[in-house]
Design a protein around this ligand. Structure first.
Ligand SMILES: [Zn+2]
Length: 63
């Protein structure tokens, strides 16, 4: 993938002011799930991952 076509995936934590960004949806989920679990005491399960995914946004430049 070239620099010009890179897409940044980002997520505002629904439970605090933390903002997470990564260059793939997979990496973003890998960062968002442990945050939700360790900071907010959520369960790491299919449901939680689905809920977090709905909050993901995609942008052309780094947020
Ligand atoms: Zn949070």
């Amino acid at each position: 993938m070239s620099e010009g076509s890179r897409r940044w995936h980002s997520c505002d934590c629904p439970d605090c002011t933390v903002f997470i960004a990564a260059d793939s949806e997979k990496d973003l989920l890998e960062a968002a799930v442990p945050h939700a679990v360790t900071v907010h005491g959520h369960q790491d399960n299919e449901e939680r991952r689905k809920t977090l995914s709905t909050l993901f946004k995609v942008g052309a430049s780094k947020p």
